[in-house]
Design a binder for this molecule. Structure first.
Ligand SMILES: Nc1ncnc2c1ncn2[C@@H]1O[C@H](COP(=O)(O)OP(=O)(O)OP(=O)(O)O)[C@@H](O)[C@H]1O
Ligand SMILES: [Mg+2]
Length: 294
């Protein structure tokens, strides 16, 4: 790993970090913080932590995520999974630790900046406009999050480009038949597909999916899971997934991190996690007696 402060712009494209303004800093050449990993993990955290007052929600979480994989984060209610995603995506600032994305330190970047860099996230609570159609929801996401951005919104040419991109995404998430229906008319499974489409609109490299199957009828779950796998494989994307359905987790994941009381309890392949006695005792054994591992 390389780490340090350098005093002149390197050949790499690096955004200057804002600094507290003092007279000497105003006259000095801009300081750029250059901190990056040399290995090829797409997401990495180092001793990441978050406290809400006296409550420690996430503590010392260090993980490495391989590109083009599905990496699940599991753990009981209140383990800190959603908070961890909030820290990764910049939705919340961490109390301690670091987040790296493709080697770049993104610890203090807000949500809209991480989105533009290629991290797309869903929220545990549905994040769609119910009275707009499926097409309108996805087109808005293309306009809001796409690299083209708002300055082109008045141009008919760019509106058409957003519309075309929205249809591409609609095909990707298999909502063609529902495209002109208001989002509120969709089944729960359809709404979850729409949420996936809203994330895909920005063409992210990393998708953070927080309980994508929550509330869905059991028979709709396999379709969504197959869709997530297909999106990941065909688009060479990395998916980080918080999920309580252990059969889904075990069948879809390449790697699993188990969180418990804000910390990493264990990590490994699905088979390793299923066989892990500590995880069995703390979590899986009590909750998932019918666990199947593919
Ligand atoms: N904004 C907040 N302010 C105060 N406490 C919070 C906040 N967000 C989360 N917490 C607390 O932090 C802990 C971790 O919550 P978090 O939502 O991250 O857990 P989780 O693993 O996602 O749980 P679940 O599986 O139920 O979604 C919980 O005790 C929760 O009450
Ligand atoms: Mg949660």
């Amino acid at each position: 790993m390389c780490r340090g402060l350098i005093k002149s712009a390197p050949a790499l494209s690096i955004t200057p970090l804002s600094r507290s303004s003092t007279t000497s800093e105003e006259t000095a050449p801009p300081l750029l913080e250059l901190e990056f990993e040399t290995d090829n993990h797409i997401v990495e955290t180092k001793r990441l932590g978050k406290e809400f007052g006296a409550l420690v929600a996430v503590a010392n979480v260090s993980i490495k995520v391989q590109p083009n994989t599905i990496h699940a984060i599991i753990g009981p209610n209140g383990a800190g999974k959603t908070t961890f995603f909030n820290l990764l995506s910049g939705n919340l600032p961490p109390s301690q630790g670091r987040v790296f994305y493709k080697g770049r330190d993104i610890t203090h970047l807000p949500l809209h900046r991480t989105a533009h860099l290629g991290i797309g996230r869903s929220f545990q609570i549905t994040n769609i406009f119910p009275s707009l159609t499926v097409l309108e929801n996805i087109r808005l996401a293309c306009q809001a999050l796409g690299r083209g951005n708002f300055r082109f919104m008045r141009s008919h040419k760019y509106f058409k480009a957003f519309e075309e991109r929205a249809w591409e995404v609609i095909h990707q998430v298999m909502l063609e038949k529902e495209a002109l229906l208001p989002a509120r008319a969709l089944s729960h499974g359809g709404q979850r597909k729409l949420e996936l489409g809203i994330i895909l609109a920005a063409d992210p490299e990393v998708l953070l999916l927080d309980e994508p199957t929550a509330g869905m009828a059991a028979e709709q779950v396999p379709e969504l899971i197959n869709l997530i796998r297909e999106v990941q494989q065909t688009g060479n994307k990395t998916v980080m997934l918080v999920e309580h359905n252990m059969n889904v987790v075990m069948s879809i994941s390449d790697y699993i991190t188990v969180m418990h009381q804000g910390q990493v309890l264990a990590e490994g392949t699905p088979a390793e996690i299923a066989a892990n006695k500590v995880v069995q005792g703390a979590y899986l054994g009590q909750l998932y007696t019918d666990l199947k591992v593919n």
